[in-house]
Design a protein around this ligand. Structure first.
Ligand SMILES: [Zn+2]
Length: 356
């Protein structure tokens, strides 16, 4: 008798149905059932119920967790529905495919199936799913893996589910930019070790090279991949992402995040300065060195700004200039002309207009 704690047929059926018979692998979402031309079976089923923590100990077991009971191992909580190809893939690699990632894929796949079922159509990059967050992951690129950055960064981004949650084209832009700045950090920044940290709401590339920010890229007299990938990304998605660098403990933290609300920016970075409508009142006394580590200063407007607030802010130009940082003004869900007014008052700055 097998010592594997296999799923019952009923459990497999429920797992399949809860995803709408779709593969849970990020960016796959292949249908795993359909009609067959074979006489013996009218249905062609290509999906499989995979164990998140292995069904049994021993050679080849992936993500085996001691201390689980047989009931826990074969319970629906320990299963994830996959197409055949991706099922085999996750059963072969516990380093890339951690239990935490698989749990998150499952949650996103089931939530997606639920929304698609309710709406009666397929969805992609749906903002209602943003709160589920990316599947957390960290990878390291050092002198042993330098040269494989395309593969390592590309796989990590796919596994995070970012393509689906943030939108495919945006995430492709981000991926290429991350690969370019990784190469730059090794080639020109003298970096020895680079980490790609994927958190629930941001992707951070941390390198131990010389101090750098994306503005150094733009100031480069002979621009190449880094500049092109940055400008293309910001031209197209400048109203949807923050892309900045913070310097901590002699490391550059290149932060990228998809945002659609001002409050998210405060959670992602401390390089923010909140502007209230009563901006001109003197209580805004912020120490300049608060922003020492920041490549940019994000000026966040409180809700309901008016156009005269923009003019008043213009009067505070010298105060803002004293921070000595490129400024990014962030407005949320308001009329177009407020952003245009700001851009006229501060032509050298960037204006982000978030829309939900
Ligand atoms: Zn698949």
């Amino acid at each position: 008798m097998s010592n594997r704690d296999n799923f019952s047929q009923a459990t497999k059926d429920i797992l399949a149905k809860r995803t709408g018979f779709k593969c849970s692998f990020p960016s796959c979402w292949t249908t795993t059932i359909g009609p067959s031309d074979e006489m013996e079976s009218p249905i062609d089923a290509t999906g499989m119920a995979c164990h998140i923590y292995a069904a049994a100990d021993g050679k080849g077991a992936k993500r085996y967790k001691k201390g689980m009971t047989p009931e826990q191992r074969k319970s629906i909580n320990n299963g994830i529905w996959m197409c055949y190809k991706h099922g085999k893939q996750i059963d072969n690699d516990e380093v890339r495919f951690t239990a935490d990632s698989l749990h998150q894929w499952k949650e996103i796949a089931e939530k997606r199936a639920k929304i698609e079922h309710e709406l009666g159509k397929s969805i992609n990059g749906d903002l209602s799913l943003l709160s589920l967050g990316l599947a957390k992951n960290t990878i390291t690129i050092d002198n042993t893996t330098n040269g494989f950055e395309n593969q390592l960064i590309g796989d990590a981004i796919i596994d995070s589910n970012a393509h689906f949650l943030w939108g495919k084209d945006l995430v492709e832009h981000i991926k290429i930019y991350l690969i370019e700045i990784t190469r730059n950090a090794f080639l020109y920044g003298d970096a020895k070790n680079i980490k790609l940290e994927i958190g629930i709401n941001k992707i951070t590339l941390i390198d131990d090279g010389n101090k750098y920010s994306q503005h150094d890229l733009l100031d480069n007299p002979s621009p190449r991949g880094g500049v092109e990938s940055y400008t293309q990304m910001m031209d197209k998605y400048g109203n949807k992402i923050i892309a900045m660098t913070e310097r901590h403990d002699n490391k550059n933290h290149n932060i990228i995040s998809f945002v659609n609300e001002i409050t998210q920016i405060e959670n992602i970075s401390s390089c923010t300065y909140k502007v209230y409508p009563a901006y001109c009142k003197p209580e805004n006394s912020v120490e300049i060195n608060t922003y020492e580590s920041c490549s940019d200063l994000y000026i966040l407007f409180d809700k309901h700004p008016s156009v005269s607030d923009m003019y008043q802010l213009g009067g505070k130009r010298s105060k803002l200039a004293s921070f000595n940082k490129p400024l990014v003004f962030v407005l949320e869900d308001t009329v177009e002309y407020l952003g245009q007014r700001l851009q006229k008052i501060f032509p050298e700055s960037r204006v982000m207009h978030l829309r939900r």
